[in-house]
Design a protein around this ligand. Sequence first.
Ligand code: GMT
Length: 371
Amino acid sequence: MKIGINCFPTVGGSGIVATQLAIEMAKKGHDVHLISYDTPFLLRTFRHPNITLELVDILSYPLFKDIGSPYTILAASKLAQIALKTEVELIHIHYAIPVSVSAYLAKEITNIPFSITAHGSDIHTLGVDPAYNPVISHVFNKADGLSTVSNYMKRQIQSKFNYERELEVFYNPIDINKYQKIDSQFCDFRIKFENNFIHVSNFRPVKNAPFIVETFANVIKEYPDTGLIMVGEGPERKKCEDLAYKLGISENVIFQGVRVSIAPIYSCGAALLSASTNESFGLTLAEAMSCETPVIAPNVGGIPEVIDHDINGFIYELGDGDSLSKYMIRLLDDKKLVRKMGGKGREKVISKFEASMIADQYIGWYEKILA
Ligand code: GMT
């Protein structure tokens, strides 16, 4: 199969998912053209002969100073060129805004079919906004296939996008070899504390990361020999750092920035913590579970499809710091429970989210679209 996959190149979930799928398909012998405006994050450290990188040129022009380069048009031209010059049979867009519109245009020009996977903020934050909704609804209805990453997202699309056609759900793919329990002595920085909690995100406001720092501050009043390792970069990272300073816990809160190799960090955690106000799936939760680390996250979006409460982690009501602290303390007090929940988490990832299996689901879907 010859497939074009478009994604954002950044460290965000949709780009990681798209690139992981491209890698899995390439390993299975399919020919993948990976389309973006820069080298996707996972391809910075991995290449495969079956993956061709197709870069969209972002041309600037003085007149566009205030509105930015018209990326939708630039990407549409690139997709049309790929359709005309290569043997790509289908173009698959990860993250609906804006390149699904480019794919719609490329199909008008070349007749190349296209499919879309909606990931998160393209639906629950931007897509529902009337500034985007009419165009995205139209493109969804014109696409040759539409999928998303959880049943929660499926319900959102059906209710808010005037969409009644078939809508597939494919969970996020996890590379279970990359994400497996690794002795924290192989971590590339010294882990200061024996007990640690981990937070991994892009520190956007939706991740609500300061709430984690505040709750952690309460927990370490009783458990001072505990660390909070925060991985990633984004708008609220500094707010978290300032808050840790203000609360007098800077020594215990360790900021790691964006990391390529993260399994040793997940592996040294008593739990991965999330405080997201919305989350369509929660890729980092599944990554941590794959490393046998329990997860504690709020009851929002698709999170209950990932975490089984009291089995591989805990789900608390959004904003309920007392419950979050209670679950953190339970895991600090009971290492056996950490191991038990961690093992159950890995089992769930292997049975529901394993990357090669999820890639097969996408391939089956492509075959259905092209039949
Ligand atoms: O929406 C974001 O904050 C980023 C977004 C992305 O597309 O980069 O992440 C979303 O997609 C991931 C992969 O499908 C999901 O695991 C994340 O839960 C989802 N983020 C949100 O819904 C906030």
